[in-house]
Design a protein around this ligand. Structure first.
Ligand SMILES: Cc1cc2nc3c(=O)[nH]c(=O)nc-3n(C[C@H](O)[C@H](O)[C@H](O)COP(=O)(O)OP(=O)(O)OC[C@H]3O[C@@H](n4cnc5c(N)ncnc54)[C@H](O)[C@@H]3O)c2cc1C
Length: 386
């Protein structure tokens, strides 16, 4: 089967899963996000059904290595998967979540792969990554969390913030500084397991769209010497690999968000009449349709190009930054135009546009704010160092 045939086949399977299983859950999901609803996003039964159906459809371990039970699909095919999943506001990740998988795969020891990767691929473990600190977010190289080797244990001390999944995670990849090297030198990644003494989840922080992140503290947190992921002092590059994986993924997710916004905009514009004329016949609306469609097309080509380069083992740092900026801003703008076209209906919390818009808004911040990526893009073009 050619790459394009395989990609089309997987895309269709995921699209059906989204249309049949996830989109029907949207009304209940949106109600769960209303203040004081007291309901979980998804009930245990709904989550279990999604897991069972997606597993039966063969949608687990899509980009995991074959020797660990995965399908080892290329990045281009994974882009199609994430695009389809992006069309719904219902949060569901097909196990395993790829970015941390990539980091484990790239630098994990055989023992770490056996202990963490296998159950992670099989959907039995959840992970998180802790990079950001109160004084180091967009500039992670300013991090202060320290790790000191005492006998055969590392001792972690420091504070991390905005950490997604910290409470649910079975293990957290923690970035910390070893030694006295400034900036990127000395940054090392460690695996810290849930429940390790000295690993404290200090508070849950409510975020836009009813999401939450966590502030966590390491207070003389002792972990085994072999908890280092990769080499001591060389954690920055694998961390960037992990971030790049997520940034490409975000590009596809944003295409999915923009497609859904465009569908809702067009459906409404075709039937809504104002001043005796269909909205679809108004130039203002048509330009939005044209611009969103053009940007979706451009973004898909950008993602496919970067995906192919990734699969050839080429460097996509510049492309990943460009995609991160372009895709997140495109999706946010597409939602805004769709919300405006739908009038007061677009302002309600009963349809998924607001939730999709907030998802895109959050994505303009995490994995690096747009301004930091624009700076990185420009510095490479200008040939500036650092
Ligand atoms: C929903 C969500 C989930 C997150 N999940 C995680 C997680 O799981 N793990 C984790 O480690 N972190 C996570 N983060 C943190 C995220 O990566 C940081 O918030 C982000 O990198 C920005 O860091 P900061 O908040 O410290 O902002 P700052 O670095 O303080 O930047 C603030 C603003 O200043 C401006 N700015 C900064 N630098 C420049 C520059 N060079 N040029 C121009 N303008 C600039 C930008 O407008 C930027 O938005 C998450 C954040 C969010 C919102």
């Amino acid at each position: 089967m050619s790459l394009d045939d395989e990609t089309t086949m997987i895309r269709e399977t995921v699209a059906k899963f989204v249309d049949r299983e996830l989109i029907p859950l949207e009304p209940a999901y949106l109600r769960s996000k209303l203040p004081g609803s007291g309901h979980p996003e998804l009930s245990d039964a709904q989550r279990e059904r999604l897991r069972t159906v997606s597993k039966d459809l063969g949608l687990w371990g899509l980009d995991a290595p074959e020797d660990l039970g995965g399908h080892d699909l290329p990045t281009r095919t994974m882009a199609a998967v994430h695009e389809e999943l992006g069309r719904t506001c219902v949060p569901f990740i097909l196990p395993p979540d790829s970015p941390n998988l990539r980091m484990l795969q790239a630098v994990g020891t055989e023992a770490q792969k056996r202990k963490y990767m296998q159950p992670y691929i099989e959907g039995r473990m959840v992970s998180a990554i802790a990079i950001s600190e109160p004084g180091a977010g967009g500039d992670p190289a300013a991090m202060k969390t320290r790790a000191v080797l005492e006998g055969d244990q590392w001792v972690l001390n420091g504070r991390k913030i905005w950490i997604t999944n910290a409470r649910r995670a079975d293990f957290i990849i923690v970035m910390a500084r070893v030694g006295n090297d400034a900036r990127q030198g000395g940054i090392t990644s460690f695996i810290v397991e849930k429940g390790t003494p000295g690993f404290i989840i200090e508070r849950e922080i409510p975020m836009l769209g009813g999401e939450a992140t966590y502030e966590i503290v390491f207070e003389d947190c002792r972990i085994p010497q072999d908890s280092v992921l990769g080499e001591v002092g060389k954690g920055y590059a694998p961390m960037q690999l992990r971030l790049r994986t997520r940034r490409l993924e975000m590009g596809s997710t944003c295409i999915g968000i923009a497609r859904r916004a465009l569908d809702m905009l067009c459906e409404h514009a075709r039937q809504r009449e104002t001043f005796g004329v269909k909205l679809a016949d108004r130039q203002a609306i048509q330009w939005w349709v044209a611009d969103i469609s053009t940007r979706i097309h451009a973004c898909r080509l950008m993602v496919q190009h970067a995906a192919d380069k990734t699969d050839r083992g080429e460097d996509v740092r510049q492309e990943a930054s460009m995609i991160k900026v372009f895709a997140t801003e495109m999706a946010y703008e597409a939602c805004d135009h769709a919300m405006q076209t739908l009038g007061a209906l677009g302002m309600t919390l009963e349809i998924p546009l607001n939730a999709l818009s907030q998802k895109a808004r959050l994505m303009r911040m995490y994995e690096g704010p747009s301004e930091v990526h624009r700076q990185s893009i420009a510095r490479r073009v200008l040939g500036l160092r650092g």
